[in-house]
Ligand binder design. Structure first.
Ligand SMILES: Nc1ncnc2c1ncn2[C@@H]1O[C@H](COP(=O)(O)OP(=O)(O)OP(=O)(O)O)[C@@H](O)[C@H]1O
Length: 319
């Protein structure tokens, strides 16, 4: 049986707002096993980020228990919290705003090492920074560049390197790819998966993008209005969601399992035929829609231009 890294019981966080008390996280209980990725999904404002921040004590909980390797994180002293932060890290959603624009890549990755006074000598620190850059796939030549000179994927790699700097065991990934282009998303997701395999990391992966969560998670927790309404392995959630909110969130997957793969292939086939037809239609007159092709439109433009030119030419000749 898998060993629990985190066991969360009745975790609660309320915010005082102008409209009254907001139940951002409302009495939730779940666990995260060592080495697994638990996906946390739900619509915007349901309390996902607040949950992530509570787990690593970036926010103070109002009530509940967070057992980390059997110890209650909520009872830690400030010194114990500082030590625990080495083992529990977070990667934020927006690599554009989460990095200090005045620091170079070297300084950004060095920051957690300096703050926590991990390495004694300068050369040890430099070696660790270079090692971290290799680990996350950042070229050494980028060491003196600033975040604004880099694309979103590279900035997020800096965020991952900063999170890894203190050799953590558990990382909260708070929408780590939502601010990135689709192809860069895939690179960062693969990086995170490889790092998990190599370093034995445990992730809480927060996202509202279901296909991303499906790609990376071992189990998925569905959150709705501050409560966790369902936790199950990813196949059960996608093929046979039990809670009505999970069903609403995953409408496409309410088909029987044997139909999911079949219908997927069918729609892929249809979209392939459509894209081929559109490409062909761009160069030939489209018999289906009656639309003129690019070539036909160009020919008629030339014809129009010639007719328009004729009287003017005649007029010049006559004078
Ligand atoms: N510091 C705060 N003060 C008051 N309300 C807050 C605070 N932080 C979050 N909230 C509110 O708590 C609720 C949950 O916010 P949270 O950021 O956890 O949601 P989320 O599911 O992560 O949403 P998103 O995907 O948009 O980030 C929201 O209604 C939010 O407005």
């Amino acid at each position: 049986m898998a060993e629990k890294l985190l066991d969360i019981q009745n975790l609660t966080k309320y915010f005082s707002t102008k409209k009254g008390l907001l139940h951002a996280v409302d009495n939730i209980s779940f666990h995260i096993d060592k080495g697994e990725t638990l996906g946390l999904v739900g619509e915007s404002g349901c309390g996902k980020s607040t949950t992530g921040r509570l787990l690593i004590r970036l926010l103070e909980a109002d009530r509940g228990q967070i057992l980390y390797n059997g110890d209650d994180v909520l009872k830690y002293t400030s010194r114990q919290i500082k030590e625990a932060r080495r083992e529990m890290q977070i990667v934020f959603q927006d690599p554009y705003s989460s990095l200090n624009p005045r620091l170079t890549v070297f300084e950004l990755i060095a920051e957690p090492l300096y703050v926590n006074r991990v390495y004694k000598t300068k050369s040890e620190k430099e070696a660790r920074i270079k090692e971290l850059m290799d680990t996350v796939g950042l070229a050494q030549r980028l060491i003196t560049t600033y975040p604004h000179e880099l694309d979103g994927g590279r900035r997020q790699r800096i965020g991952v390197a900063r999170a890894l700097a203190l050799k953590p065991e558990f990382i909260v990934l708070d929408e780590p790819v939502s601010a990135l282009d689709v192809c860069i998303q895939a690179q960062i997701l693969n990086l995170l998966k490889n790092l998990q395999r190599e370093l034995g990391l445990t992730y809480l992966f927060i996202s509202h993008n279901l296909s991303v969560v499906k790609h990376v998670s071992d189990r998925i927790a569905v959150m709705y209005l501050g409560k966790i309404v369902e936790v199950a392995d990813y196949k059960s959630i996608f093929v046979n969601p039990v809670h009505p909110y999970s069903q609403a969130l995953l409408p496409r997957y309410r088909w029987p399992s044997w139909m999911v793969s079949g219908s997927g292939l069918f729609w892929k086939g249809i979209s392939l035929v459509r894209s081929i037809r559109h490409r062909v239609a761009a160069f030939t007159d489209d018999a289906f829609t009656g639309r003129k092709s690019v070539l036909s439109r160009r020919r008629s433009c030339c014809r129009l231009a010639k007719t328009a030119m004729r009287p003017a030419t005649l007029a010049i000749n006559e004078t």
